[in-house]
Write a protein that binds this ligand. Structure first.
Ligand SMILES: [Zn+2]
Length: 142
């Protein structure tokens, strides 16, 4: 039997650390596993509905689930600042300047790598060293 991460416990663990550092994260309206995604999508936050999903295919890899949740929690905070996610800037958008600023702050609190511009769409998991998630987890395309 494969162990599956307790998604809500992981989310609360991240939100507690952020709250202790003065960063509030709203409870999602729904938090659950997504079954039918492509290999390149691991998580999604839908600001219109407050629903947060993580791909079920990674449910047995706790550190990867935590990193994917970290990315989506940063989106939650970002959209709390701005309904468009961009902060109104022309260079904004889902992974623009506002997300970069939020992700950098979240990284400092949670102790994960600060986002680089090239890898920000897959931050922080793309910035982890090969083997970080265990020998059975490989990068797509690597
Ligand atoms: Zn994203």
């Amino acid at each position: 039997m494969v162990m599956v991460v307790n998604l809500m416990a992981e989310w609360i663990g991240l939100a507690d650390k952020l709250r202790d550092a003065g960063v509030q994260v709203p409870l999602p309206a729904y938090l659950g596993w997504a079954d039918e995604w492509s290999d390149t999508v691991a998580g999604a936050w839908y600001p219109e509905t407050g629903r947060l999903y993580v791909a079920r295919r990674i449910a047995h890899v706790p550190l990867l689930v935590r990193d994917v949740l970290t990315h989506e929690v940063a989106h939650q905070i970002q959209y709390g600042f701005s309904g468009s996610g961009s902060g109104g800037g022309v260079n904004g958008g889902p992974h623009g300047d506002l997300f970069s600023a939020v992700a950098t702050r979240v990284a400092g609190i949670l102790g994960c790598p600060s986002p680089t511009a090239e890898l920000i769409r897959e931050w922080p998991h793309a910035q982890r060293p090969e083997g970080y998630y265990g020998p059975q987890v490989r990068r797509v395309g690597a």
